[in-house]
Design a protein around this ligand. Structure first.
Ligand SMILES: [Cu+2]
Length: 420
């Protein structure tokens, strides 16, 4: 099930072709639509039910066929009633012989109902989409760690980036399957990396179920021209130049923007300085929040009240609570470690700290010109980035957290394991 949020293993900037539709979220929408239809139908039906009074005998079958038909109807109803009574008597006999088993039958029939509804979604799974919901209880079985190692910068004077917007079920914590809107099927989207001075051709393809857009903090370009919303099934290409080095956010900017960000439409783009970085063990960490409410099928979606109040259920690095506790980032004693940090929010600030270490070098927004030394904790605002560097003299485990500790307790914690 959790193949849903599999990290692309190839070059993260290559085109990731989406799995075939339909998506689980589409199904949910269809179900909602169906419910709406039902409501409409019942509204249509009820006035019709009052029609016979004014519509004359033609509308009323009881007026049409009295006589032999009436007699046959009465006999039929009597026979049916007798059969029903017989059934009730037999059922009562059964239940009195084993009242305890009738209780368990009730339970198992509930279970059956649940699993059969899940089975329907499971079929979709097999049609190549994501998983689901039976899922809700088993989702944690196959979480695939988001690869924190950023790709190399694209070569050449011009770079091409393609992002596909699509709905996806993702796992954000053990057993928590969330209806996300994504770039390329993961939350965060892929880490993109270009070089200062490069011209970047960006293509967006909307394979989702609503309009989406892009906002590259690394670009200088008119919002009303290039950050426009792209309709379902449409694509859009624009070009920008990477003038400033740094670690930047990209995100969907379609209203209501906070929904699109809270649902997962963000990622990190690194613009390397023109002369590149010094050699180091590099990792990219994107902090973000999830605000959840559980649906009837056991999956989760955004809780607007929690979101607007800024009280998340999960605060995570790279889309999954505490994932680098179980799968620590690795480094060597004496090796320079460079962390590209970005805080996608949408609302919480990050106070990034590595326990047992001091940052030898800090570059606000990842620009080498914004240099500080000897920092213990760095502030990363929502929509901002920082590059920190550290070198560890002793082997051991070095946890990293947001020192806003309520948020660390909600999953914004990981470990760098340093070995000789
Ligand atoms: Cu969007």
């Amino acid at each position: 099930m959790t193949q849903v949020r599999n990290r692309p293993t190839e070059d993260q900037q290559t085109i990731i072709q989406p799995a075939a539709q339909p998506k689980e979220a589409v199904v949910r929408e269809e179900q909602l639509a169906t419910r709406t239809e039902e409501v409409k139908v019942s509204k249509k039906v009820s006035p019709a039910a009052t029609l016979p009074a004014t519509n004359g005998y033609k509308a009323s079958p009881s007026h049409r066929s009295r006589g032999n038909g009436w007699f046959i109807t009465c006999v039929s109803l009597t026979i049916v009633s007798l059969l029903v009574m017989l059934g009730v008597v037999l059922a009562n006999i059964g239940s009195t012989t084993s009242s305890s088993s009738s209780g368990s039958q009730a339970t198992s029939s509930n279970t059956t109902n649940t699993s059969s509804s899940n089975a329907g979604m499971g079929n979709m799974d097999m049609s190549g989409t994501s998983s689901t919901s039976s899922s809700a209880s088993t989702a944690n079985t196959k979480h695939q760690t988001y690869n924190a190692v950023p790709p190399a910068a694209l070569a050449g004077n011009e770079a091409n980036i393609k992002l596909v917007m699509k709905d996806e079920l993702i796992t954000i914590s053990p057993g928590i399957v969330y209806h996300a809107w994504t770039f390329n099927g993961t939350v965060p989207g892929p880490v993109l990396r270009v070089r200062q001075g490069q011209t970047v051709h960006t293509t967006l393809v909307n394979e989702g179920t609503m309009a989406h857009s892009i906002d590259f903090h690394a670009a200088q370009t008119p919002w009303n021209v290039n950050y426009q919303s792209i309709g379902v099934g449409k694509s859009f290409t624009f070009t920008w130049k990477a003038n400033y080095p740094g670690v930047f956010m990209y995100h969907c900017g379609t209203p209501t923007v906070i929904y699109h960000m809270a649902n997962g439409m963000y990622g990190t783009i690194i613009v390397d300085p023109a002369n590149g970085w010094t050699p180091a063990q590099e990792y990219s960490l994107t902090q973000s929040e999830f605000y959840t409410t559980k649906g009837p099928d056991g999956t989760y979606s955004v809780d607007p009240t929690k979101m607007m109040n800024g009280i998340p259920d999960y605060v995570v690095f790279n889309g999954y609570a505490s994932q680098y506790q179980d799968a620590p980032l690795k480094a060597k004693v004496g090796q320079r470690i460079r962390l590209f940090l970005m805080n996608a929010g949408p609302t919480q600030f990050s106070a990034f700290h590595v326990i047992g270490a001091i940052f030898s070098d800090v570059y606000v927004d990842g620009n080498p010109a914004n240099h500080m030394v000897g920092n213990q904790t760095v502030t990363i605002p929502p929509g901002g980035g920082v590059v920190v560097e550290l070198t560890v003299p002793d082997a051991g485990s070095y946890p990293f957290v947001t020192h806003s500790f309520a948020n660390a307790s909600k999953g914004a914690v990981g470990v760098i394991k340093v070995e000789r």
